[in-house]
Write a protein that binds this ligand. Sequence first.
Ligand code: DC
Length: 237
Amino acid sequence: MSTLSSDKKIIIAIDGFSSSGKSTIAKALAREIGYRYVDTGAMYRAVTLYAMEHGMIASDGTVDTGRLTAALPEIKIGFEINADGTQHTMLDGTDVEDRIRRLDVSSNVSAVSAIAEVRAALVAMQQAYGAEKGIVMDGRDIGTTVFPHAEMKIFMNASAETRAQRRLQELIGKGQQVTFEEVLANVVRRDHLDQTRKESPLRRADDAIDLDNSRMTKDEQNAWLLARYRETIEKLS
Ligand code: DC
């Protein structure tokens, strides 16, 4: 374990808009301080993939809420660490890490994550993950709903164009054929749906610290986050 870890274990909630780079800095911080990292977006994506594979999403994007709600207790979501140290999302025993990042899942995930029963099931799992603290969790409602008493809360943002450009590079790097316009449209649409849905809309927690990383390198962001962590631990001890 890193020398930067402290005996005092806390919960670190990192929320923000889609593709704002939450998972990159959340993962790096967790590695640095020896915490567990949980990507809650991956959990909503895995449920979405399950619904798609079981014919629960019509071609117009309508979700069969009744069937999906009934299936929720059967859906097994987990995370596995590969030999190279990367974390992979598992759905019913299958590694779906790459599959859940594709644009078709991104297009359906807002509708699935708006369903109250889906949120209740996943929030309960997330709270169980955090029961022993020592966790970095990223998502949309971590600092407001999942862990309203988290010791450290970050709210991330960057312009929609910056976020779409980043997501485009990521998808192209994975060999997917998408255009900037398609990715930007998906980012803008998800921003709107995430902020306007009835259940746990994306909202900055009043006690969150803001991070706009539009003009920051990854190293600058990591250093900034580590400094906030150290301050938080100091204040608590
Ligand atoms: O972070 P991401 O883009 O992988 O998240 C995928 C979707 O899941 C996002 O459009 C909104 C939803 N989500 C959510 O509603 N609550 C969370 N805590 C995390 C993600």
